[in-house]
Design a protein around this ligand. Structure first.
Ligand SMILES: [Zn+2]
Length: 515
């Protein structure tokens, strides 16, 4: 999620990015695992990011959005395998909508209508029904005790039916301004890491989401006057008896989300080879004349896809949807879909020029397609991995645009203006979990503002081309996997070596993770 920051960011002229010369393993003095001792090559600028050969998990969902009952539900089949070295005696699912039974997770004042998700007919394909057991400390955590353990490498299908209430909530999960934001809405398999199921607590200002790359095949039935934005691509829509059934396919994504409204206007443009769809409420739009908003949004998408494609590797999906909708934090990222708050779409919400905050929020959320989408991470436990990198990507974006925009947005980030090494409070660690921060403000300051400055100063120390190459290497190496701080530092030191004292001093101060 993007916190709406007023911190100005500063600038360098955009340089054409070239492939960074490979650095050999002998450059390193730091301890690294044996599998990475081969020669490290840096992917070329603008390289492709290929889908994995190995079959990912698969979700098949047959869903209905019931706008009279204000619910979403249906039948789900998850086919997955045990990707750990431990036998699994139980499974863990995350059911975030059940948190909306209580008032403390709502972002908006108009709140009502949430509830505990009904989950029924839970079955293991290897035989037997499974009981749903909710965690006593966290209603969003569901435990399923398996009657027969799932051995490492073994495959099973889990099936269940569910119905969840969609609350009145002007945020990422809820109905507001006649738009259903239907995200994190079905029970999803949690991640099993280091011998246990990961289930970080939900929080309103950021994310705790953490899941496995999967292929999604989704049938979604809505009233026939509704338009739908979603992850993946629409492959079919067929009307029947006042209903419209869409068929969506989303390959290699961590989640499937959709937004639906009978008031949606939809515009489509090709941006750097990607089909970009823009949705907004045409009956109650943020601006009377939406043509400038559309132009700004599509230009931002085009420039983001170009800048990030060059710096981090090409966007590997065919489509990207932008949905202008109520959203408390300004923006929110999902696979192939970003939510942009209607309040940032006003011309007078600006720092330097009309609509520049719409541009800033959009480029940040689109950057998450790389840092959250392509490279996943545990966003509740190591939030810097997606938020600091997406915040740094704003700099990459403004460097790409150049000129005044670049100067304005990079102000104050340079090590000559704000030295991380000199000014860092040793108690702060960038790789801290959300739960370690005293409050939302200190979380936002460190993870967004300081995290951005840390990464920008790495760029200054190593040079832009080399640093972009290192991040590209990190993305390529961890594409469609979940990465950790260790993976980032490995990618950094594999190329930078450990003899750069300026870099070492900063990394030593900022991170607690050692490699
Ligand atoms: Zn963000």
């Amino acid at each position: 999620m993007k916190k709406f920051l007023s911190a100005a960011v500063s600038a360098f002229m955009f340089l054409c990015m070239l492939a960074v010369p490979a650095c050999s393993a002998s450059d390193r003095k730091v301890e690294i695992p044996p599998e990475n001792t081969e020669k490290v090559t840096i992917p070329e600028a603008g390289c492709t990011i290929d889908f994995p050969v190995k079959k990912p998990y698969e979700y098949q969902m047959d869903l209905v959005l019931d706008t009279e009952a204000q619910t979403v539900g249906g039948h789900v089949v998850i086919e997955f395998y045990n990707d750990s070295t431990d036998p699994w005696n139980e499974l863990c699912l995350r059911d975030y909508p059940s948190l909306f039974d209580k008032a403390d997770v709502y972002a908006s004042k108009e709140k009502s209508g949430g509830g505990i998700t009904e989950i029924n007919n839970v079955k293991d394909s290897r035989g037997g029904s499974l009981e749903v057991e909710r965690d006593q400390d966290d209603v969003s955590v569901i435990w399923l005790k398996l009657k027969k353990p799932l051995k490492p490498g073994s495959v099973m299908k889990l099936t269940y039916d569910f119905v969840t209430k969609i609350p009145n909530n002007a945020d990422r999960f809820g109905l507001a301004n006649n738009i259903y934001n239907v995200t994190n809405f079905y029970p999803i398999l949690a991640e099993y890491v280091d011998g246990k199921w990961s289930h970080a607590k939900y929080f309103v200002v950021g994310e705790c989401f953490y899941s496995e790359i999967s292929n999604y095949k989704v049938r979604l039935t809505v009233p026939d006057d509704y338009k739908v934005a979603s992850s993946g691509e629409r492959v079919l829509s067929s009307p029947k008896d006042g209903k419209l059934t869409y068929k969506f396919e989303a390959a290699c994504v961590r989640d499937f989300v959709f937004c639906a409204s009978k008031s949606f206007a939809n515009e489509q443009r090709n941006c750097d080879g990607v089909i970009v769809n823009l949705f907004y409420n045409k009956e109650n739009p943020p601006e009377k004349d939406m043509s400038t908003v559309s132009d700004v949004a599509f230009a931002s998408a085009e420039n983001s896809l170009k800048a990030f494609g060059e710096a981090f590797g090409k966007y590997p999906y065919k489509e990207l949807d932008i949905v202008i909708t109520p959203n408390a934090a300004g923006g929110m990222e999902y696979p192939n879909l970003v939510l942009i708050a209607d309040y940032v779409c006003h011309s007078n919400i600006k720092m330097y020029e009309d609509f520049d905050q719409l541009d800033a929020v959009l480029c940040h959320e689109i950057a998450h397609q790389w840092f959250m989408g392509i490279v996943g991470s545990n966003s509740g436990i190591e939030p810097w991995l997606d938020e600091s990198l997406a915040s740094y990507a704003e700099i990459v974006y403004y460097e790409y645009l150049g000129g005044e925009k670049e100067k304005n947005h990079k102000y104050g980030l340079s090590k000559n203006e704000h030295s991380i090494t000199k000014n860092w409070n040793d108690k702060d660690k960038l790789d801290a979990a959300f739960s370690e921060f005293a409050d939302d403000m200190s979380y936002t300051r460190l993870i967004y503002s300081e995290g951005k400055a840390v990464l920008y100063q790495m760029e200054e120390i190593l040079g832009r081309e080399k640093f972009h190459g290192i991040i590209r290497g990190y993305v390529k190496r961890n594409a469609f996997k979940n990465a950790s701080t260790k993976d980032f530092l490995k990618a950094l030191y594999d190329c930078a070596g450990n003899d750069n004292e300026e870099l070492n001093e900063m990394v030593g101060k900022v991170f607690r993770t050692k490699i």
